[in-house]
Design a protein around this ligand. Structure first.
Ligand code: GLU
Length: 432
């Protein structure tokens, strides 16, 4: 498996050929600004001390403070956090948010920790990185296996360290601690806006469109619900344990209810009450990716569709809700097969967009209604979707490359505004 970061950077090289960028901008986007690795000692419930490894990477901060989630997962590594921070940089620029890109993570299996251990870990993580974050420096948020309660602990811990309430240091907080309405459903809402606006343009009707969703966390489960309500036929869903498949369509509200009660979608398979809703079969995560469906939504982790399995993918459209679910080698195979991929930095940008709204509300002290949040989110998502579709067709490039071109143009302008080689060479007399 190639290093994730090197693979992520391939997309930048491809887009550079189509964007009008200064050499300085190209040079400064090749590597992260800061990579921080910390050790977090946590007193466990049984009295022992465990030391966890944590990371925070700011990839770029030309357009504003670093922004990006914190992931708790056993596979978290510096390479992964660097890649995720890289994607955040382009995502924030693509949505024209006044942020750079950052990401954090702790190498831990959060399911093996008690709630109190998770609180000590979250506070310990903030103790370790407090000097490197802040409302105008770098703003963490939720990501895989982190949730609003943890964001509340993180904000509280930072405020204790600073001896003042600092709501704008973390987004995705509980509403009672300054969170924004609509932040919990924002990633799914944003993805839904993109899917539901583009599929009709491609001649697809909801009721005749089958969908498979890999990942049933905050993004995947909420998106499944939204698509189900809009009349799409969700034929398969999965979580880290495995998935379920029913060609005539799953009853998503029941699956969600069951998942909440049992913590696993596969458990749905054999439980009388839910099983009786519709005949369905258990499938594995790799099987879900190769189902004969119209739309495939990877909403779990990176590196799911690779050079090994891309050839077996049968979906017509892929909407990337996870960050980095398709490798660059797989991109080429999918393109040859005529499968259209809507890229992660657009499709899953709803989360960080509403994080931005939360940060604005925290700083202004004026809080918005859910309708206002969702309206603004939809406007932003649709505007950038249109822009990317236009760039892709004008330049005859993939939607992914078009998204990078759009983001790069904004990043390039910000980098150039600080002065480029051309500026200094042509004004060597020092006069403006
Ligand atoms: N973790 C989310 C992402 O990957 C949200 C980040 C944020 O809200 O800052 O986009």
């Amino acid at each position: 498996m190639p290093e994730l970061f090197n693979d992520a950077r391939q997309r930048l090289q491809q887009a550079i050929a189509h964007a009008n960028l200064s050499e300085d901008a190209i040079a400064s986007l090749q590597s992260p600004k800061t990579c921080l690795q910390v050790s977090i000692p946590v007193r466990m419930d049984n009295g022992t001390l465990k030391v966890f490894q944590g990371y925070r990477v700011i990839y770029d901060h030309t357009r504003g403070p670093g922004k990006g989630g914190v992931r708790y997962h056993p596979d978290v590594s510096l390479d992964e956090v660097k890649s995720l921070a890289f994607w955040m940089t382009f995502k924030c620029a693509l949505l024209n948010l006044p942020f750079g890109g950052a990401k954090g993570g702790v190498t831990v299996d959060p399911k093996a920790l008690s709630r109190m251990e998770l609180e000590r870990l979250s506070r310990g993580y903030i103790d370790a990185i407090a000097d490197f974050i802040g409302p105008d420096i770098d703003i963490p948020a939720p990501d895989v296996y982190t949730n609003p309660m943890m964001m509340g602990w993180m904000m509280d811990q930072y405020s204790l360290i600073r001896r003042q309430i600092c709501r704008g240091v973390v987004t995705g907080k509980p509403i009672a601690l300054g969170g924004s309405l609509g932040r919990d459903t924002a990633t799914a809402m944003g993805a839904f806006s993109v899917i539901n606006a583009t599929l009709p343009k491609l001649g697809r009707v909801a009721a005749e469109t089958t969908v498979a969703i890999q990942g049933f966390g905050n993004a995947g489960a909420v998106l499944a619900g939204l698509l189900f309500e809009a009349g799409y036929r969700i034929v398969a869903v999965s979580d880290s344990q495995g998935g379920i498949y029913a060609p005539i369509g799953l009853d998503i509200p029941s699956v969600r209810q069951y998942k909440e009660a049992s913590r696993s979608v596969q458990a749905v398979y054999c439980q009388g009450s839910v099983c009786s809703i519709v005949e369905h079969q258990a499938i594995s995560n790799p099987e879900l990716l190769t189902l004969d469906v119209d739309v495939l939504v990877p909403a779990a982790l990176e590196n799911q569709i690779t050079a090994e399995n891309a050839d077996q993918v049968r979906a017509k459209y892929i909407f990337e809700v996870a960050n980095g679910p398709i490798t660059s080698a797989a991109d080429e195979i999918l393109a040859k097969k005529g499968i259209q991929v809507f890229p992660d930095i657009l499709v899953n940008a709803g989360g960080v967009t509403v994080s931005y709204f939360e940060w604005v509300q925290n700083r202004s002290g004026l809080y918005w209604s859910l309708a206002e949040v969702n309206q603004r989110l939809q406007t932003s998502m649709l505007a950038e979707t249109e822009a990317i579709l236009a760039i892709a067709s004008q330049k005859a490039i993939s939607l992914r490359t078009a998204a990078y071109v759009q983001a790069l143009t904004r990043l390039g302008e910000a980098i150039a505004a600080k002065g480029t080689r051309d500026y200094y060479v042509n004004h060597s007399d020092g006069k403006a």
